[in-house]
Design a protein around this ligand. Structure first.
Ligand code: PHE
Length: 505
């Protein structure tokens, strides 16, 4: 008899480290702390934890469980429910692929900054405080006046991007037997760096004031829809769900392996990391407020501005070991990004290609890494930041993630259905989940995701073009969504070929 042998995690800890690595990414550091500060401080933890429990964990159980049930990545899972649904497994694959192309460019910036931090190239002391922003925009990005002006690729960034993809290739081309152990070391190192950064931050003058902005609770906003939108959208994003990859990671779990408890551990570990990272971020914000005598509103506390301007400012104002803390910070960012990036590449794209076309791992890995690198060069151009981390990000990591996630839960919840999944998961899990799970998957999770995408997406982006961009630029969001959806239907029509890796029994 010919049996297809699927690769397996070398043990439960490897799976958990890999899943944690995929969830913990740049967003834990540059998105969560800012949202907490912006939407009610400590009070924000309430909607966030509710989102985690009713939305995040059940959804993660779905992705792990369905991947293991069908022993396949996302397209195989949906094709397994019914051939007519296979497209719904491909759509998030395209989104995952899209994310890798610009997420890796942000990682390339962090590599560039590891070099710059070695000499604190943006300046030390007051000079650094004023020099950090122009250094980033002009010297590192060579930023153009707008998305219409693409300009040439920036050589240093293309070089860094090539290194990033070489690393991803090396981690993924042997599959999960390398991804598992690498994830363990990546995560332990990243957490160690985070601890160093938190300790450094908390011992700087002004730290307490910054933490006050982070956590002082304001309960008055809890009746406000926007706060719930922020909490739910963060939960959806931070757990790396809706990006195809978790189905594949789940499919590599051993036949008798646990699902529910792994989902709990991964979700809580991720969220604890976010909460902890907030101490590193806001102690630094407080330090800058005090050192430069400026109000909190003038310190960029999120996203690119936080990582590439606020941190460099703080580093140049530190009393000593500036380069050391600079290197630690950017290495930490790089590692956080790395484990999410190879997750997207391997679980999100490479595994689906292997499962569908029966091609070898080395072939699939080479194709994906080379093509994603070439596309990524577009985002290293002078106008690249507008297109990659902004427009494409909005299309795939906001709309794509939420729409495919909502549809997936509806199809699985009603079509598979949820009760069958629950019984299957309960057979091997450390603890049993109750019938409440079915209703969360059938109704609550899709409703919450659709609320986020309608309230925080369509309503705004249809009324005014996204990001204040010209209409044709903002419209690319709809073009990207339509094209990736079309390509997914096309792939559904392509014949599936049996994988090569078989063993004879
Ligand atoms: N969860 C990652 C973060 O918080 C982002 C991400 C989303 C990564 C989807 C992969 C897939 O940064």
């Amino acid at each position: 008899m010919v049996e297809v042998v699927r690769e397996r995690w070398g043990g439960r800890p490897y799976f958990i480290f890999a899943a944690l690595g995929s969830a913990i990414g740049l967003g834990n550091l540059w998105r969560f702390p800012y949202l907490t500060y912006e939407y009610g401080g400590g009070a924000f933890l309430i909607p966030w934890i509710i989102g985690l429990i009713v939305l995040g964990i059940p959804w993660m159980i779905v992705e792990f469980g369905m991947g293991r049930y069908f022993q396949s990545s996302a397209p195989g899972v949906f094709g397994g429910i019914g051939k007519k649904w296979e497209w719904l497994g491909w759509w998030p694959v395209w989104c995952a692929f899209g994310i890798t192309t610009y997420y890796t460019v942000v990682m390339a910036w962090t590599l560039r900054y590891i070099g710059a931090a070695a000499t604190t190239a943006w300046g030390v002391g007051e000079a650094g405080a004023t020099g950090a922003a122009p250094f980033f925009w002009e010297q590192v990005l060579h930023i153009s006046s707008g998305p219409e002006v693409l300009g040439a690729p920036v050589g240093a960034l293309v070089g860094c991007l090539a290194i990033v993809w070489a690393v991803i290739f090396l981690v993924t081309f042997k599959g999960i037997k390398v991804i598992g152990p690498v994830s363990k070391y990546v995560m332990i190192t990243a957490w160690t760096f985070l601890v160093i950064l938190v300790i450094r931050g908390l011992t700087l003058p002004g730290a307490a004031q910054g933490l006050n902005f982070y956590l002082a609770p304001d309960f008055s906003g809890l009746g406000n829809m926007e706060v719930w939108f922020a909490a739910f959208s963060q939960i959806a994003f931070t757990l790396s769900l809706g990006m195809a990859g978790m189905y594949a990671y789940g499919s590599f779990i051993a036949k008798k392996g646990d699902i529910s408890n792994n989902a709990f551990i991964t979700s809580f570990g991720n969220c604890a990391t976010s909460f902890f990272a907030g101490f590193a971020v806001f102690s630094i914000v407080g330090f800058i407020m005090q050192s430069l005598s400026i109000p909190v509103g003038e310190v960029a506390a999120k996203s690119v501005g936080l990582a590439f301007i606020t941190w460099p400012v703080a580093i140049s104002m530190m009393p000593g070991a500036n380069s050391f803390f600079g290197i630690i910070f950017f290495l930490c960012l790089f590692l956080l990004g790395l484990s999410s990036a190879y997750f997207l590449a391997y679980g999100g794209v490479i595994s689906p290609l292997m499962d569908k076309f029966g091609i070898s791992r080395i072939k699939a890995t080479t194709i994906v890494c080379v093509i994603a690198f070439l596309i990524g060069i577009i985002f290293t151009t002078e106008g690249g930041i507008y297109w990659g981390p902004d427009i494409l990000d909005r299309a795939v990591s906001f709309y794509g993630l939420l729409l495919t996630g909502a549809l997936a839960c509806i199809v699985i919840g009603w079509g598979f259905p949820a009760s069958k999944l629950r019984k299957y998961v309960n057979e091997t899990s450390d603890f049993k989940i109750g019938a409440w799970f079915d209703w969360l998957i059938k109704i609550v999770v899709p409703a919450a995701l659709l609320f986020v995408v309608i309230y925080g997406g369509f309503v705004q982006d249809i009324a005014t073009p996204y990001g204040g961009y010209p209409l044709w630029v903002a419209s690319m969001i709809w073009v990207i969504l339509a094209v990736t959806l079309g390509l997914s239907f096309w792939l559904q029509k392509v014949k599936t070929r049996a994988p090569k890796e078989v063993s004879r029994k």
